[in-house]
Structure formats: C-alpha cells, structure tokens
Write a protein that binds this ligand. Structure first.
Ligand code: KG4
Ligand code: ZN
Length: 338
C-alpha cells in the first residue's frame, strides 16, 4: 500500500510517499528556516503563507520522485494536530482536496505520535511493550508510556519551555542564530561542561516533569552579570563554547534522568526518542550510555527523521489505516494534542 504523507504543522512543508509503512519511495522537505531566522523564532502568519506557496509543488515533487501520479497512491495521510493552526490548515486542505478529487481515503495523523513512530519506523517492528517515548522538539517535551505501540499515554511534560525552545533562546542570548539547537550542539564540542554549573532542571516530585525556563534565565544572568556582584561576561569564543557546553549538559542530564526514571517506573523494555532535539549528539551519547547501563533497548531515529518530515506521517498513517480505517472529509485541525 502506497501512502502519500503531508506535513505542515510548523515551519517545514513536507511530502513523502511510503510503501507499507516503512519503505520510503520519495521524500521532500522544504524548510522555512531562512524566512524566520531574523525573527529568532517561527512567525505563524509567515509560516502559513509560505506553506500555501509551496504545498502543491512539494506534493508534486514527492510524487514525481516516486514516479507516481495521484491515481497511483492508495491513501493520503496528513498531520492534523498539534501545531500552528494556520499552518496545519494548509496541509489539511490540500490533503482533503486530493482525497475528494481522487476518491482515495484520508487519514489524520497526530504529529507527536508520528515523532514517536519515526524512531522505530526503520525497524519495521514496534519495540516490546510497555515502552517509554521521549518526544523533544521545539514545541514539545513529553514522556509517554505505551502499552499499545500506537496509543501513547502522557506521563510527564514540560511546565514551561520545551527543550528545543530553550536551545533556541539560549542560542539567541549567545548570538548563535536560529535555529539554536544545531548551533549549540556544534559549538559545545570542545567546551568545558564543568565551568558553569547550571543545575539540571528535573522537578521529579510529582512525576517525570520538566522545566527549562530557569536554566535559560541562569545563562542570561551569567552573561549579563545580573543578580550577582559580577561584571557581564564578554561573549568570547571560549566563553560561548563553555556556556553552550554547560547549558547543553544540564538539559541532557535532565532529559536522561527523567527518561530513565520513567523507564524504571513503567518497567519498560525500551525507550524511543523523537523530535528535533533527538538530533543532539550529546543527548544521543548520554542515552546510549544509560541504555547500556540499565539494560533497556534504545530506539533513536536516523538524523533526517528527527526534525519534521512527511515520511513519518505516511508511515504511521499506514498503521492507523489498518487499525481504524479512514477519516472523512470533516476531519479538523487542532492546535493542541489529543
Ligand atoms: O521536531 P522539530 O523539527 O519541530 C517541532 O515539532 O518543534 O524540532 C525543532 C527543534 C528546534 O527547537 C531546534 O533547535 C531543535 O529541534 N534541534 C536541536 C538540534 N537539532 C534541532 N536541539 C538540540 N540539538 C540539536 N542538534
Ligand atoms: Zn515536530
């Protein structure tokens, strides 16, 4: 079964054709990063307009690369939640129009569930249940327990900033540009993680929740010299390197601790990790160490499947269609998760 996937929930317009839930026949991702960079974050109205301009060319390119026409696909899967509502509506309207014109089934996919799925898509077989999923992106930082590989139950989330948002904001403080995650990951290599002691922000008392706004403020105060009898810290290459490394280490330790605690409390066999921050080299390294020490299986998506893409939407769409059939054309977009 060949499914066309469409993704437009944030600042990537993406389309892909995936066969039987795992074989990627084609994949196109058009990023809007350049349009948003000067604002230091995603501007919703700019995102919607840009999706509108490129959605059809992106879909056509995905079909072309798979040497297919709309008649050759068996179904259309589309992200319909959560995300920027105007951005979601562009992909959803395109998917509905295609479904109506071709008579092919329409399948609504949850973006966060797709990030979880992306980590085991290539393995073809879901991890043994129960397993825990950590989704770390620009908009979300959540832990889920899965007793059924397609039904995540949230057991912890961030109380303020998402991890990726903290990376982006700290990168802005350090003058590293947008998006901040890849920039911090790069400059942190070779930095001294012990020079600044930012406390890993795990709340822990009420469950595996996260909080990242405090650590972001701690970096800001370190740079401005605020809140202590200290001069501002000049942003030399060495200081930026050490600040980036110390900040990244604190975030990674927080994510690792909470994920390991969740694996233990759920008696889980595996941890799957998805979302843009799953590309972080230090996080991947730390989680690999924990999986070895604690004896749980670790599923990390390949790098191109960490950030937003449509292959994960088409892939998960295949499984959802097999389980619950198609949605109808009244399918709506929602800014929030389930
Ligand atoms: O999943 P994604 O593409 O979009 C959302 O659904 O939010 O995630 C984007 C986020 C951004 O905040 C970006 O800074 C972060 O993922 N990111 C990283 C890395 N690559 C991307 N964060 C840390 N380290 C990275 N290497
Ligand atoms: Zn995402």
């Amino acid at each position: 079964m060949k499914i066309l996937g469409i993704e437009s929930s944030c600042d990537e317009t993406a389309a892909a054709v995936v066969e039987d839930g795992h074989r990627v026949l084609s994949e196109v991702v058009r990023s809007q990063v350049d349009l948003h960079a000067r604002f230091g974050g995603v501007v919703p109205e700019i995102a919607s307009r840009s999706h509108l301009e490129v959605i059809l060319p992106v879909i056509e390119e995905a079909l072309d690369r798979a040497s297919m026409r709309t008649d050759d696909i068996d179904a259309i899967a589309v992200t319909h939640r959560p995300g920027l509502i105007g951005a979601l509506l562009v992909g959803l309207a395109a998917a509905k129009a295609l479904a109506l014109a071709t008579g092919k089934p329409l399948i609504g996919v949850d973006h966060i569930e797709a990030h979880t799925f992306a980590s085991w898509m290539d393995a073809q077989k879901p991890p043994e249940t129960p397993f825990v999923s950590l989704v770390v992106s620009g908009g979300h930082t959540s832990l889920f327990r899965l007793d059924d590989p397609f039904v995540p139950v949230e057991i912890g989330s961030t109380r303020d900033d998402a991890a990726g948002e903290a990376f982006d904001k700290v990168a802005a403080i350090l003058g590293l540009g947008y998006p901040g995650g890849p920039a911090i990951d790069r400059v942190a290599r070779g930095g001294d993680v012990t020079r600044f002691r930012f406390k890993p922000p795990v709340l822990g008392r009420t469950g595996p929740d996260f909080s990242f706004s405090g650590i972001k403020t701690a970096v800001l105060y370190q740079v401005t010299g605020q809140n202590s009898p200290r001069d501002p810290l000049p942003l030399t290459d060495e200081n930026i390197r050490d600040l980036a490394a110390s900040f990244q280490e604190a975030v990674v330790v927080a994510l690792d601790r909470a994920a390991v605690a969740a694996v233990e409390s759920c008696s889980a066999h595996a941890l799957v990790v998805g979302g843009g921050c799953a590309a972080n080299s230090r996080l991947r390294e730390k989680l690999a160490e924990s999986s070895e020490e604690q004896g749980f299986a670790l599923y990390l998506p390949e790098m191109s499947r960490t950030t937003d893409n449509a292959a994960m939407i088409a892939g998960l769409g295949y499984h959802l269609f097999a389980r619950r059939g198609a949605d109808d054309l009244t399918l709506e977009a929602y800014a929030t998760g389930q």
